[in-house]
Design a protein around this ligand. Structure first.
Ligand SMILES: Cc1ncc(COP(=O)(O)O)c(C=O)c1O
Length: 385
């Protein structure tokens, strides 16, 4: 039976896939089951930080795989402790909880906020932004400020409220009305259409969180790990979050989530208050150690250079309305429907995806400049009338 037939027969129908079977890849090139090559500007939705089968990452993962693939969290293992040490050293955060996905990293942040509220006699409500996306579990769906994701799954977890992005007056009102114990937000709303928050708004969140002793939780699941031109996107906004969550690009293609806790909440979790069978898995952590260690200033300069190249090539191009985003997380507003551009690009050997009404680009952070240029020219062609 062919893959697509097997999928239709045996896989739950949650994904509307493109008619394309990815069979392999090398660097920034994906290869389909007929051997056709594509320049991949989506990276498995911001996951393959250094593309397919990056030699250094593959060596680190393989070495760990043949040493110790798993043990339980009843024992100490080195890779997760080394990864936590690197993350804390690079961010100034104090402790890390490891899980397996972005949704789980956010679940952990939400549990931290609820426990903080309970410990300090505060309201348990958590404030998030309209148009946000925080995951697919019932609790992270409740955190997600988009009604379209909620239909059919009610009742969701209680205790979430939403306020519009970049509206400081509404934010203040939300603090007055709900007295939230935490505010959770993305620096660039990814699934919401690649929209960066305004600096003044983010600063206002920080100020209100400090004034009201509410936790500031930054969801860096998509924006993090060098994607936006700094190790974490919040670093460009000059804020000090209490909790930072990340996943996707951290593992470079292996499932891992991380919830980083600042000094304020470093001891919030105690024995038995949270856990995960696979959380801190040695193979995933060895992959993440390799990824995080390679996000150097030099690499980040390369991210900015690539971002500027894309922006300058698209600027003023026929059918391109505007470009939003940060670093190598970009959204292109086009005159033609984004889905039409994506289909045309795939046909012409370039993988891009959509985010709401935009064409979304999330290329590998080290994509060679010539390949990037070639791919952007395909996008430019697709945007033309
Ligand atoms: C900002 C953000 N948070 C959370 C998630 C959920 O991550 P995962 O699919 O790994 O559970 C995503 C996924 O797109 C995301 O973009």
């Amino acid at each position: 039976m062919k893959t697509i037939e097997k999928e239709n027969k045996y896989i739950a129908g949650t994904y509307k896939r493109f008619p394309l079977e990815i069979a392999g890849g090398k660097g920034s090139i994906a290869v389909d089951s007929d051997g056709k090559e594509y320049i991949d500007l989506a990276s498995g939705i911001a996951v393959n930080t250094f593309g397919y089968s990056d030699p250094e990452w593959t060596a680190a993962v393989t070495k760990q795989l043949t040493t110790l693939q798993h043990t339980s969290n009843l024992y100490y293992t080195d890779p997760c402790c080394t990864l936590a040490e690197i993350l804390c050293t690079k961010t100034g955060m104090k402790k890390v909880f490891f899980s397996n996905s972005g949704a789980e990293a956010n679940e952990c942040a939400i549990k931290a906020a609820r426990k903080y509220a309970e410990k300090n006699g505060k309201q348990t409500t958590i404030l998030t932004l309209e148009n946000s996306f925080h995951g697919r579990t019932l609790t992270t769906l409740a955190a997600t400020g988009q009604d379209s994701f909620h239909t059919d799954f009610l009742p969701l977890t209680e205790g979430f409220c939403h306020t519009p992005a970049n509206d400081i007056a509404a934010l203040k009102t939300a603090f007055d009305v709900y007295s939230p114990c935490a505010v959770m937000f993305e620096i660039v709303q990814g699934e919401g259409g690649v929209n960066p928050l305004e600096l003044e708004f983010v600063k206002a969140i920080e100020e209100l969180c400090r004034k009201n002793d509410a936790l500031m939780i930054v969801d860096e699941v998509q924006t993090g790990n060098g994607r936006c031109g700094s190790l974490y996107a919040y670093m460009q906004y000059g804020i000090s979050p209490d909790v930072v969550t990340t996943a996707k690009g951290l593992g470079g293609g292996l499932p891992i989530g991380a919830t980083m806790l600042s000094d304020k909440v470093q001891d919030i979790f105690t024995y038995g208050s949270h856990g995960s069978t696979f959380g801190g898995n040695p193979v995933c952590c060895a992959g993440a150690v390799n990824i995080i260690s390679r996000i150097t200033d030099n690499l980040l300069d390369g991210v900015k250079e690539r971002s500027e190249l894309i922006r300058s090539m698209l600027s003023g191009s026929e059918g391109v309305v505007s470009v939003s985003g940060l670093g190598l997380m970009l959204g292109i507003k086009t005159e033609k429907p984004a889905s039409e551009i994506v289909e045309k690009c795939i046909k012409n050997g370039v993988l891009v995806i959509t985010a709401k009404d935009k064409v979304r680009l999330l290329p590998p952070l080290n994509i060679p400049l010539e390949l990037l240029e070639k791919a952007v020219n395909v996008i430019i062609d697709a945007c033309k009338a």
